[in-house]
Design a protein around this ligand. Sequence first.
Ligand SMILES: Cc1cc2nc3c(=O)[nH]c(=O)nc-3n(C[C@H](O)[C@H](O)[C@H](O)COP(=O)(O)O)c2cc1C
Ligand code: SF4
Length: 612
Amino acid sequence: MEILKKSYIGNMELNNRIFLAPVTTEKDWKVFFSKKTKKFIEKRAEGGVGLVITGGYPVLLNENIDYIKVKEELKDLAKIVHNHNAKICLQITPGCQWINYNLDKNSANEISEEDIKILIDKLGKLSKIVKEAGIDAVEINGSGGNLLDQFHTKRWNRRRDSYGGSLYNRMRFTIECINAVKNLCGGEYPVIFKFTPFHCDNLGIQLEEGQEIAEILERSKIDGLHIDIGYSDMWYKSIDTVYQEEAEQVDTASKIKDKVKVPVLGQGKLADPEVAEKILKEEKLDFIGMAHQLIADPNWVKKIRSNAPYDIVHCISCNDCLGALINEGEIKCSVNPLCYNENIINNKSYRNKKILVVGGGPGGITAALSASEKGAQVELWEKTNKLGGNFLAAGNDFFKKDIRKYLNYLNRKLFRSKVKIKMLKEGNIENIDLDKYDKIILATGSRPVKTDIKGRNNNVSSANEILTGDKKFGRKVAVIGGGLVGCEVAGFCGEKAEKVFVFEILDDILVNESPGINDEQALRKLLKDRNVEVFSSSKVVEVKEKEIVFEKDGKINTIEVDTVIGAEGYISNSELYEELGKSNKVVLIGDAIMPANVIHAIHQGYKEGRNL
Ligand SMILES: Cc1cc2nc3c(=O)[nH]c(=O)nc-3n(C[C@H](O)[C@H](O)[C@H](O)COP(=O)(O)O)c2cc1C
Ligand code: SF4
């Protein structure tokens, strides 16, 4: 297999061609080497990657580096990774951290020549101690709007000194950074450069210039080129979302590979082993990077090695990892409750415990599986003839495919487990015998809200019915509600329908439940591409057989449509919990407590199934 072949970056021999793409795990970079970060990295090395590239270590003008302390921490990190037969490369970001970059400040124009020299000097000194600590390589990060990337493009670099003007001048800072590392660490020490040869709009770097940049870098004795695309305004191109196809970055990276001989590293939704293998076989990339997928499942390589790709936990591209990093200070993963909790170990066995889980959505399945893994005797009841709950609507084979892939994984895992699955069995006060079980986990989920609109009864389908294919839609579609689900169902219908309208009572769509910045950019682009028309500050007042009537700016308007879809939110199915009298044996999880992102259902399911 190409994936598992030994390969080289410079003189660094790697066990295989899979690398952990850089992942900043904590917002406060001063805790860069926290125990949790080390454990996070260790788990990925243990999981079989050939190379770990760390999250970006910033070299800043106003921060002094404690070289002695950093060296000790790096020694530790190198040892941890080498113990698992993997290699480690420290990513260094000169000038600013990816999370703080602010293009409005246009730092490339503001920074003085003297400060450039200071940054280069610090970068060189840091690299020297990185090498001395046993770290195998450094990666200089000049991608996606970071300081070096700003220098590369005329759009942001308007300097009149030797760092501005021609492409070579605009790359001078980058080249001086590479030289500084090579001078202090020796020419043989591997240096990778992460850069953006295409900004994905017509204002920034275009591919042709990106190819020239690659050629200049090769002449500057770089050992590997790590290709990124996009920048903050096109962030969904750099950090992919659920709305995009897999392997979107590969075309650009392969066009760079056409121009150079040094190894080219790429990433961007390369989680499918068949896709990764094909890319390597067709020589589009030399190394396959994964950030999201290895957050979701650190054992991806191990599972490929043991011919068990069916056991890979597929990332659902929800970007809650990024959201948690930005909003809560450290990463989390929806489908991997142990991510960034890798130290938590519960060795208890619960062989004699009898557990009932009611509801076969992702939270219920996770609860059943984790209790069963702890040795408990578990029954899972699902009232329909399909497992998945609202997740069946959240993703299908044509839209948000990542979700369907994860659901398929859950199904496979469940059917291989010892959990007794009872389909078409609805839990109720009569058939749940409280004395029979030690714990009853209610994962009864949520159902769509139906607001009181004249004529809605026979004329409105729910977003779930449309997304699961239970109901068809016509040529002209109206969606009531411009929240996340409303926008997604509009985007879904927009692929086939002639025209889709969204009616939102607030003054914009995606208010209150806005996804992350990159996800929102991608979803708005999808709606635009699919010609979805949004009526904001608009209240639907009546639904007729072939018409929707709405009020905007005090005026009543009518539009002819074939299909009306309600996407006005969800309400918890908590009735069973109320009926069971809140016995202390009974716990409620996920949407049944409050409709929310799936991360809550899965994490609560894992916790309740684990702690019996
Ligand atoms: C939580 C998170 C943190 C990231 N931190 C960094 C970083 O420190 N440096 C960097 O160059 N890229 C960073 N990235 C980008 C990834 O390395 C990668 O380029 C991107 O996520 C696309 O690859 P993927 O589809 O395999 O995730 C980060 C991505 C995520 C999701
Ligand atoms: S949080 Fe979501 S996007 Fe991030 S790795 Fe986990 S499943 Fe993937």
